[in-house]
Ligand binder design. Structure first.
Ligand code: SF4
Length: 351
């Protein structure tokens, strides 16, 4: 893909802090949910943001389309300073980016018919005359594989997958350039997940959409993404072309995440690394590399010196002092306790 100039979306040093209570503490604490993140998204690209629960991926997705205001940083859409927009100019810009939410049950108003739901953005943004809305709604329903007869019914009359289709139709109503899909299939049955992923992949091509796909299931991400950004405790720890990251992950956290993905080809089967413990309290991130308490190959340097996100040949950037040292094979060896310098602080089983 040829990079667009300017990129469709560009974030620089984007941060979001929340005030709250530290884990197990009675002291007020500041949580850096997203911490100094740089991202570039070219037109037509599909970027997946992945990580465990609490990694900051959903917060980042919301920051990218100003559903949340950042604490600091820069955000540009087609070169325009998105954070400087207010009032009518911001409302006009909002047509260009829409979100598909995780929960197809909670994200639809049960009192509105499907027609009212899908037409809502058309009404809010005054995109087409009122008399033309029913026809446009039917076109949108057709795009997502729902019959025209769905228009007069209510959300509770539909299955989870069908409700997610309704949510996608609503998101497409403004003809957005960018779609942010926040775990759009995680609450659906596995058989339905594939249908929704295929629908998003088809719409992306047919409508020339740019997609940010937020998820924790790398098997799903692998089918959809051109590029991947891996988050841990509010930071991007690895990003680059999806094919390279899936083939030769550089950051030990990515190796661990990928080890949980079942390989379709038996000879590619990876040893599974079950990460020890929970992610640390985000209000008190570890010193040095934030991943060091759980990293299978952590060394003394890792606890004191924070690694920068450095791009390597092949276009993959990793924030690690020893990128590429932990491979799936090393992980297997580490299970036997033979990785040099490794603390082997993980359990393992096979997939
Ligand atoms: Fe592991 Fe050290 Fe790399 Fe962090 S910097 S991921 S602790 S090897």
């Amino acid at each position: 893909m040829v990079p667009s100039d300017p990129p469709l979306l560009e974030a620089r040093r984007l941060s979001k802090q929340f005030s709250g209570w530290g884990r197990g503490s009675e002291q007020a604490a500041t949580v850096r949910a997203v911490d100094d993140v740089d991202l570039r998204l070219d037109a037509g690209e599909a970027l997946a943001i992945v990580g465990e629960s609490g990694s900051g991926k959903t917060t980042l997705g919301r920051l990218l389309i100003r559903l949340l205001e950042p604490t600091s940083g820069e955000l540009r859409f087609e070169g325009q300073d998105l954070l400087a927009l207010r009032g009518a100019r911001l409302r006009r810009r909002r047509r260009d980016f829409q979100m598909v939410f995780q929960d197809p049950f909670g994200s639809l108003n049960p009192r509105l018919t499907v027609e009212q739901t899908v037409a809502e953005p058309l009404r809010i943004h005054r995109l087409i005359p009122r008399r033309d809305r029913p026809q446009r709604v039917r076109e949108l329903l057709d795009m997502v594989g729902l019959p025209a007869t769905a228009a007069g019914r209510y959300p509770h009359e539909f299955s989870g997958g069908q409700r997610q289709r309704i949510g996608i139709a609503r998101a497409l109503a403004t003809q957005p350039k960018l779609l942010v899909a926040d775990e759009p299939v995680s609450s659906l049955d596995v058989s339905v997940q594939a249908q929704i992923i295929n629908l998003l992949a088809g719409l992306r091509v047919a409508l020339d959409l740019t997609v940010v796909f937020i998820g924790h299931d790398l098997a799903v991400v692998e089918q959809l993404a051109d590029r991947v950004a891996v988050m841990y405790l509010g930071r991007v720890v690895e990003q680059g072309p999806a094919a390279r990251i899936f083939a030769t992950p550089q950051h030990p956290y990515t190796v661990c995440l990928l080890s949980a993905v079942p390989a379709a080809i038996p000879r590619n089967r990876r040893s599974r690394i079950v990460l020890a413990g929970e992610p640390p309290d985000p209000s008190q991130p570890p010193s040095g590399c934030r991943f060091h308490p759980r990293c299978p190959i952590a060394r003394p340097r890792c606890a004191v010196e924070e690694p920068a996100l450095v791009e390597r040949p092949g276009g993959v950037a990793a924030a690690c002092h020893f990128p590429g040292e932990l491979s799936a094979r090393d992980a297997r060896d580490a299970q036997d306790g033979i990785v040099a310098g490794g603390s082997a602080n993980f359990q393992s089983d096979s997939t």
